[in-house]
Structures are given as structure tokens and as C-alpha cells.
Design a protein around this ligand. Structure first.
Ligand code: SF4
Length: 260
């Protein structure tokens, strides 16, 4: 299957399965400067032409002072292609960077979220699309399981707190080998973020672990994605999903011998 067909098939499947986009929606694509969100924008524009429903697409980028190169090439690329783009320099994020240069991801994301909602309100959209990929979903599943004690990944679709915006992740089935190849084939300018080059992080360790395992098991992430859609709650330890009473009855039928 060619690259574009594979991409559209996977994005289409996500949109359909999780009812991400509906008739009359106005979708804002969050462009991070990377290959993933740029690929997502292209996919949504292609699907927009083919879909039986009517929806519009705009794009925006939040400047938080982390880009390693000027962002202008993205603006030029989008302008040439006639895609509406808003560049938003978030002053509170810039101040945060100055005052607390070592701030973590939690604070950074909180600032970004506030800025994103502000832009979305100005743009008059009701849906915001984020470029998290299948790789991000797999990493989040392992990270949450190993470090937060929750068996969870990322929501493919959710709502902002006041339900003003539907938040969607149409690349949840798309792995980064696809976004890398597609962005390259389209000649999309990629503006790296300083954080993506950090070493010694949990994220980097998980990425390295995947790379190592995938040498022997190339379909590892696809299998993990299937697992996330095929949960066997009877083989986990959460009593909310277990029929504990029935288990008790079974033990009464077959009592465990504890004394000789
Ligand atoms: S990786 Fe960098 S840009 Fe991303 S949330 Fe963390 S601090 Fe912010």
C-alpha cells in the first residue's frame, strides 16, 4: 500500500471509530513545528475533500520559546498552500522560560493548554486536533503503568473542562515511521524543539527500548495498539471490573488447603 493510502486509512479509521469529526465542525490543527502535526494537517485536508460530511480546517502554532530555529518557513509553506495559519507568541510562557528555565513538562503543558484555548476561542473553532502518534500512545501506556500506577494511555477523544472544545488525536493509529516518511515526501519544513533533543529522560529511555525490541519484533506497536482496544478486565487487579462475589463462590466450591 502506498504511504498516503496507509496514512489516510489509519487517520480515517481513528476519526470513524472515535467519532472525532462531525458534520459542520470547525477544526483547528495544533502545529508543533514537527513532522507529526504537519502530517496530520495534510491528512485532514485530504480527508476533508473526500469525506461525506462538511468540516473546515485551520491551523495554529503556539510559540513558547522552545524552537531551535525561526518558525517562518512553516508560515511560508502554509501560505503557499493556502492553509490558514495563526502564529501565537505566548508571553506568559516566555516569562516562565525566563523566570524558571528548568520548569518541567507539567507546567509547560498547562501554559500551552491555556494558550491553545485562547487561540481556539479567537478562531471560533469547536474541535482542536493534536498530533500525538501511535508511538506516543504506546509510550504513555508504559509510562503510566510503570511510573504513575495507572493502566492508561492518552484519550483519542476528550473534551476541554467546560466542554467548549472536542480534543482529538487523529494520529493515534499512525506510527512515526509513517509521519517521518510522509513529511519528508511532502518537503514539510520541520522546526525542532529544544526539548526533543533532551537525553536521560524516561521518554528517551522508552524510545530506545522500543527501538531495541522492534529489531526482533517489528509489529510491536501495532500489537500494543490492538491491546489498548481489547482490554480483558477479568485479568487485571481492579475490583471495579471483577465479579468478586462469584470468585468467592468458586473458592467455596474448591477451598484452598492452607494447613496440612
Ligand atoms: S517536552 Fe518541552 S515543550 Fe514539551 S511539554 Fe515538556 S517542556 Fe514543554
Amino acid at each position: 500500500m502506498d504511504l498516503e493510502k496507509t496514512l489516510l486509512h489509519k487517520v480515517g479509521e481513528a476519526i470513524h471509530r472515535f467519532k472525532m469529526i462531525r458534520d459542520g465542525d470547525r477544526v483547528a490543527v495544533a502545529l508543533s513545528g514537527g513532522k507529526d502535526s504537519a502530517t496530520m494537517l495534510e491528512a485532514l485536508l485530504l480527508l476533508q475533500k473526500r469525506a461525506p460530511i462538511d468540516f473546515s480546517v485551520v491551523s495554529f502554532t503556539v510559540e513558547q520559546g522552545k524552537f531551535l530555529r525561526p518558525i517562518e518557513p512553516i508560515g511560508e509553506y502554509l501560505k503557499q498552500r493556502g492553509i490558514p495559519w495563526t502564529y501565537f507568541r505566548d508571553d506568559p510562557s516566555m516569562r516562565l522560560l525566563e523566570e524558571q528555565p528548568d520548569h518541567g513538562c507539567d507546567l509547560c503543558s498547562r501554559y500551552r493548554r491555556r494558550a491553545v484555548y485562547e487561540i481556539a476561542r479567537d478562531l471560533g473553532v469547536n474541535v482542536i486536533a493534536f498530533g500525538h502518534t501511535a508511538d506516543d500512545f504506546c509510550e504513555a501506556l508504559l509510562r503510566n503503568t510503570m511510573f504513575t500506577g495507572r493502566l492508561s494511555s492518552l484519550p483519542p477523544v476528550t473534551w476541554s473542562r467546560n466542554k467548549d472544545y472536542r480534543l482529538i488525536r487523529p494520529l493515534c493509529f499512525v506510527t512515526e515511521d509513517i509521519t517521518t516518511a510522509y513529511a519528508e515526501s511532502m518537503g514539510v519544513p520541520v522546526i525542532p524543539c529544544g526539548c526533543s533533543q533532551r537525553t536521560g529522560t524516561v521518554r528517551r529511555a522508552l524510545r530506545d527500548m522500543f527501538a531495541e525490541l522492534e529489531r526482533e519484533h517489528p509489529h510491536l506497536k501495532e500489537t500494543m495498539l490492538s491491546a489498548m482496544g481489547n482490554v480483558d478486565t477479568s485479568r487485571l487487579l481492579d475490583p471495579r471490573f471483577l465479579n468478586v462475589e462469584a470468585e468467592t463462590e468458586a473458592h467455596e466450591l474448591f477451598p484452598i488447603v492452607t494447613e496440612m
